[in-house]
Design a protein around this ligand. Structure first.
Ligand SMILES: Cc1cc2nc3c(=O)[nH]c(=O)nc-3n(C[C@H](O)[C@H](O)[C@H](O)COP(=O)(O)OP(=O)(O)OC[C@H]3O[C@@H](n4cnc5c(N)ncnc54)[C@H](O)[C@@H]3O)c2cc1C
Ligand code: SF4
Ligand code: SF4
Ligand code: SF4
Length: 405
């Protein structure tokens, strides 16, 4: 049976929970707000299945090269692209599956809450719940079992998630190949704690008031290149939009303070994956083509014939440009390297549990003169319509080869 001695050894994929024939695994929240399996030893029959499906225990040691194809993708529907994180790839892929009578799985807020969960949808309108990346670890509950029963009914299924969730599902399915299953993983920076997010919502609720109707972690309110954290309110005058420079939640994320321990030593960072398709951002679009605008493009890396066929089938809904795969993946740090451990992380979580929500975020992310200036410069550039140019020049002259922000 699975016993977690080191928290780095559990990415929280829920495969063991789904596989256990005795339902004796509970995914229990720890003091950082991440869930880990806890086994009822009285019910466990020591069958070992939980270990056999664990993608960390069974992780591939090698990055085995195989044939790939690379694309830049933009959804042709401007509204869908505006609502999506980058180019709207997932909506296009999932729409095809749904048009075949299939089911799409992804991460969205549970209805009327800000709790992120994997869910199943079978109508094109409902795909909107998956649009926009949620920088919070999702609960999966029995979702892998749902995937299996859809496949057993002969339906097409598409499933999107972090690379560790995709590997969790593959191992839950005991690596069996299904002709009608499409696995889409993301290039994944890391995954923050649901408790940090809940505390952040609590802090914002007391500051802003009103009724929050939606939260977007990567809103294109100021455009794709200066994406903002947005909180939409029933009273639109109370809507909140702040960029990566000032928003406390994004600052915690990009300072690598709030991630799950497994993300600092991720076993799933590689180019050659067992998913069908990998998707991620394309900020420096001008390095690839002059034919696409800067309103959001998804980079798409295709690993299988099945994935390639799906890309060929969605051509009416999207603009596609084929790109050499070496060029597409070059310099994509988060594809290959885990985020560095932040030595202040331990104190961050101690404070999270001991401080009032507002005080906690004020202490960790004070709005200093420097922060204000940074935001002022970015916003001014945005208003002058030179944000992308300024960012490009700044990155060229002053920073490491980081495409974020
Ligand atoms: C936690 C996280 C970290 C990421 N880190 C990077 C990065 O470092 N570099 C980079 O280039 N891109 C990263 N991405 C991917 C990027 O944000 C976009 O998801 C990608 O560009 C696809 O955008 P899209 O417009 O095609 O899809 P969208 O329409 O925006 O769809 C988003 C997709 O992500 C899935 N998803 C959303 N939230 C979660 C979640 N919490 N857990 C699992 N799946 C989720 C949805 O199911 C959906 O399929 C990350 C995404 C997430 C969720
Ligand atoms: S060993 Fe078998 S019964 Fe025990 S927890 Fe693991 S899967 Fe469940
Ligand atoms: S199967 Fe997933 S949730 Fe279970 S121990 Fe392994 S990594 Fe953790
Ligand atoms: S960084 Fe790795 S371990 Fe963390 S959520 Fe992403 S894929 Fe999973």
């Amino acid at each position: 049976m699975i016993i977690i001695n080191n928290k780095k050894d559990c990415c929280g994929c829920w495969a063991c929970f789904n596989a256990c024939p005795k339902q004796c695994i509970e995914m229990k929240e720890d003091n950082e707000g991440f869930r880990y399996p806890e086994i009822d030893k009285d019910k466990c029959i020591d069958c070992g299945l939980c270990e056999k499906v664990c993608p960390v225990i069974c992780a591939d040691k090698e990055d085995n090269p195989h044939k790939q194809a690379g694309f830049l993708l933009q959804h042709k529907d401007d509204r869908i692209r505006q609502e999506s994180t980058s180019g709207g790839a997932y909506t296009a892929l999932a729409s095809w599956i749904i048009n075949q009578g299939g089911v799409a799985f992804g991460a969205g807020f549970r209805k009327d809450t800000f709790i992120v969960e994997h869910q199943a949808v079978s109508s094109i309108n409902s795909l909107s719940i998956f649009r926009n990346s949620k920088y919070v670890q999702s609960n999966l509950w029995n979702i892998y079992k749902q995937v299996k029963s859809c496949l057993n009914e002969g339906k097409w299924v598409i499933f999107s998630g972090t690379p560790c969730q995709i590997e969790g599902l593959r191992h839950f399915l005991r690596l069996r190949e299904y002709e009608k299953l499409i696995l889409v993983d993301l290039v994944c920076h890391g995954i923050p704690s649901p408790r940090v997010f809940a505390k952040y919502i609590e802090a914002q609720q007391s500051l802003i008031g009103g009724k929050f109707t939606n939260v977007l972690f990567r809103d294109k309110y100021y455009g794709y290149h200066y994406s903002s954290f947005s909180i939409y309110n029933k009273d639109p005058k109370k809507d909140y939009h702040k960029g990566i420079d000032t928003n406390e939640y994004l600052r915690a994320f990009f300072d690598n303070l709030s991630d799950r321990p497994s993300c600092y030593d991720c076993k799933f960072k590689k180019r050659y994956r067992k998913s069908d398709i990998t998707i991620w951002d394309c900020f420096p679009i001008e390095q690839f083509t002059k034919d696409f605008d800067g309103k959001g493009t998804t980079r798409v890396l295709v690993h299988t014939e099945k994935g390639k066929n799906l890309i060929n089938s969605i051509g009416n809904d999207v603009r596609l440009i084929e790109i050499n795969t070496n060029k597409l993946t070059k310099g994509v740090r988060e594809m290959f390297h885990s985020v560095p451990y932040n030595p202040k992380r331990e104190q961050f979580f101690v404070d999270l549990n001991n401080m009032e929500a507002k005080d906690f975020f004020n202490k960790w992310f004070p709005i200093t003169f420097r922060v204000k200036m940074n935001a002022f410069i970015r916003l001014s550039c945005h208003k002058l319509g030179i944000y992308t140019l300024a960012k490009r020049l700044f990155l060229k002259f002053y920073t490491r080869k980081d495409e974020r922000g």
